[in-house]
Ligand binder design. Structure first.
Ligand code: TYM
Length: 338
């Protein structure tokens, strides 16, 4: 493994919030991309439990603890290999919160008010905690704490990663070159999976918990998955071409393409002009073929808490090794300490 200060390979950091039902969008936009990067990069993947506190009224303490473990197990079940990648829980590395404070001091408030995720989430509530506004600062801290070069995420996180870049650049301008300015890594196909019930809105963990048929949960039963695809919103025609398809059909074609990796032409030749029933069942088949082994591994991991704890203990230790050194550099740069 690379030493903490020097990098033998470029570094990746990413994470998932342990809230709601983890779904096919999270898998296609993030987890499956992470899996593919493990040889080319030194990878760190955290479960961002501190971020989950930003909406305290919907996340109960016991549930948060349980979901944190479940999401760690989903990383492993998705093929994140703890021998090659560092898997850890964000709150177990206190440097994240400490660095977030320092970065918050160099982040103009206007930048945070512009974040669309903040606007959407705060619009839905009468009162919001300060943490919801400063959420992207903590996210920036997650990334620069490891001097990450690339951040693989779905399309919806692009704005947050751009903010992390801006914050790192501003810090470097104020205090001298200290932080690596990260790049966003977004896959071409599957970075924005849409809701099956409403293909104009992205598939979402929180909606998926409330509305049946919106999302495909990674741990859903085969029956539920077939049913959700069967009910997916399409249109009354039979056009299945990427250029001309209606949003619901395009979403199904995109999921199919992201999983199979087949060329567009081949997919269109198979499904264009046919009834959508055929497309829906073909998508359900490829999704199930992908998820069934994942679910089997997930159950095995959840049945072996000692193994999971071992992975997370080692992961936190490795993460701290890097994080503590970078935080020392940051503190020195800004003049903290004696
Ligand atoms: P979160 O937990 O909402 O989502 C986890 C990952 O899944 C991606 N994603 C999607 N991709 C495709 N289609 C969708 N419908 C879809 N929905 C979600 C997200 O883009 C993300 O990659 N703020 C982050 C977590 C975070 C983080 C970080 C990420 C905290 N610190 C540092 C990267 C680096 C979030 O809430 O993701």
């Amino acid at each position: 493994m690379a030493s903490a200060t020097s990098k033998e390979k470029p570094r990746i950091l990413s994470g998932v919030q342990p809230t709601g039902r983890i779904h096919l969008g999270n898998y296609l936009g993030a987890l499956s991309v992470w899996r593919e990067q493990q040889d080319g990069y030194e990878c760190l993947f955290c479960v961002v439990d501190l971020h989950a506190l930003t909406i305290p009224e919907v996340v109960r303490p016991d549930e948060l603890r349980r979901k944190t473990r479940e999401v760690c197990a989903l990383y492993l079940a998705s093929g994140i290999d703890p021998e090659r990648s560092t898997i850890f829980v964000q709150s177990e590395v206190h440097e994240h919160a400490e660095l977030a404070w320092v970065l918050g001091c160099v982040t103009p408030l206007g930048w945070l008010h512009r974040m669309t995720q903040f606007k959407t989430k705060s619009d839905q509530r009468e009162s919001v905690g300060t943490g919801l506004l400063t959420y992207p600062v903590l996210q920036a801290a997650d990334i620069v704490l490891y001097q990450a070069d690339q951040v693989p995420v779905g399309q919806d996180q692009k704005q947050h990663i751009e903010l992390a870049r801006d914050v790192a650049q501003r810090f470097n301008q104020l205090f001298g070159e200290t932080l690596t300015v990260p790049d966003v890594m977004i896959r071409e196909v599957g970075a924005r999976v849409m809701g099956l019930d409403d293909p104009t809105a992205k598939m979402s963990k929180s909606v998926g918990e409330k509305v049946k048929g919106h999302a495909i949960g990674l741990l859903d039963s085969p029956k539920a998955i077939r049913k959700a695809f069967g009910r997916a919103v399409t249109d009354s025609g039979n056009v299945a071409r990427f250029e001309d398809a209606s949003p619901g059909v395009l979403n199904l074609l995109t999921i199919y393409r992201a999983i199979t990796g087949k060329p567009r032409e081949e997919i269109e030749a198979t499904f264009d002009g046919q009834g959508y029933g055929h497309l829906k069942m073909a998508v359900a088949d490829v999704v199930l073929a992908e998820l069934e082994p994942l679910q089997q591994r997930w159950k095995e991991i959840m049945d072996d808490p000692t193994y999971l704890d071992g992975v997370l203990d080692r992961g936190a230790e490795r993460a701290r090794e890097i994080a503590s050194k970078v935080l020392v550099d940051v503190k020195r740069a800004v003049g903290l300490g004696r």
